[in-house]
Design a protein around this ligand. Structure first.
Ligand SMILES: NC(=O)c1ccc[n+]([C@@H]2O[C@H](COP(=O)([O-])OP(=O)(O)OC[C@H]3O[C@@H](n4cnc5c(N)ncnc54)[C@H](OP(=O)(O)O)[C@@H]3O)[C@@H](O)[C@H]2O)c1
Length: 316
């Protein structure tokens, strides 16, 4: 797998990374055996950046990832996890919670350091706590070597950009905003990248929206957006290419020009991980993309902040 520099962290990351939220059974029930197989398949193909969080499956994903990585040389992979979100509508960016969370993540992940520690879904938290407690606490932990780099994650791009620049964080992870259907991260990512901040594009399949099975029941996208994506999936099937293939290839082939270092895809299936690796080497079908663009034009960039859907899981 090709690697690129992640901002100024000094870390080379694979252009395709694995999101381990799915190991917390957030899309469908996942056994430890499936988690082991998926992680092993990723590592075989140098997909050796893993993103997780205590929130995913309420610690299940971190525990499963920790078990799957047992015995793998620690230096052979990059581990990113998060602090601050502990439930669908539960945030705590206090110093005490931050220290406790990092300790617990280390234990679950079976390691004594975390490469990238991120404040999770910052726009929902108490901004004062993020700035005055969580971030300074993480910088202290960075000095002691327990965490190596400090980042933030979220959906609200304006919020992320402002906070990232003001607080000089090392990385930003945004989700569902550089996809076939939503392309708003691009301009922001280019500016962050210019400022030396490593940018990660999470959820290139828009949390299942851009798959044949479609969005899960909790997905916040508006029905109109979901219907357009369903029409794209049907078109892709008629053309003999699954929508998830085009969606991943779109994200990967456009990442570098947007200043996006890595695309973080989630799967708890060995087979899908192998497909994702295979697709990452193949060219995007430009003619098919043109037809998709035409179908998606009426809903392009209509995220759930613009056109609210069913509300999703989080409530302010
Ligand atoms: N706020 C945040 O910090 C934030 C938010 C969202 C995401 N993230 C990170 O980004 C990662 C990825 O996001 P995500 O998993 O939510 O969304 P995603 O990668 O856009 O989509 C995941 C869905 O796509 C399916 N899938 C994956 N590969 C497939 C393939 N080849 N064919 C068909 N279906 C496929 C998965 O099902 P299977 O398991 O069956 O393959 C799962 O249902 C997360 O794990 C997390 O680490 C962070």
């Amino acid at each position: 797998m090709k690697t690129v520099a992640l901002g100024r962290t000094g870390i080379q990351v694979p252009v395709l990374a694995m999101g381990a939220a799915s190991l917390g059974s957030i899309y469908h029930p996942v056994s430890q055996h499936q988690a082991d197989e998926t992680v092993a398949a990723a590592l075989t193909h140098e997909v050796n950046y893993f993103d997780v969080a205590p929130y995913y499956g309420l610690t299940k994903a971190e525990t499963a990832l920790g078990i799957a990585l047992k015995g793998v040389a620690r230096k052979s992979y990059t581990l990113a996890t998060k602090v601050g979100r502990y439930g669908d509508s539960q945030w705590d960016f206090s110093r005490e919670a931050t220290l406790r969370s990092v300790d617990e993540s280390l234990a679950r992940l079976g390691t004594d350091y975390i490469d990238i520690i991120q404040c999770h879904d910052v726009e929902y938290g108490d901004l004062r706590q993020v700035v005055e407690e969580a971030l300074p606490t993480l910088r202290e932990l960075q000095k002691s070597g327990v965490v190596r780099h400090v980042g933030i994650t979220g959906y609200d791009l304006a919020f992320l950009e402002k906070l990232a620049i003001e607080q000089k964080v090392d990385t930003v992870m945004a989700y569902c905003t550089w996809t076939l259907q939503d392309r708003r991260l691009g301009a922001v990512a280019r500016r962050l990248n210019q400022a030396g901040i490593g940018v990660l594009n999470a959820s290139p399949l828009s949390m299942g929206l851009l798959t044949r099975s479609g969005a899960p029941a909790w997905h916040p996208a508006h029905q109109e957006v979901q219907n357009a994506c369903r029409a794209v999936s049907d078109l892709c099937d008629r053309e003999g290419t699954p929508i998830s293939q085009v969606a991943l290839q779109f994200a990967l082939t456009t990442a570098a020009e947007q200043g996006i270092a890595s695309t973080v895809i989630g799967t708890a299936s060995q087979e899908n991980m192998l497909d994702n690796v295979r697709w990452s080497d193949r060219p995007l079908d430009g003619a098919l993309l043109e037809k998709i663009d035409a179908l998606l034009a009426p809903v392009l960039n209509l995220g759930w902040d613009v056109l609210p859907g069913n509300g999703g899981k989080a409530q302010k």
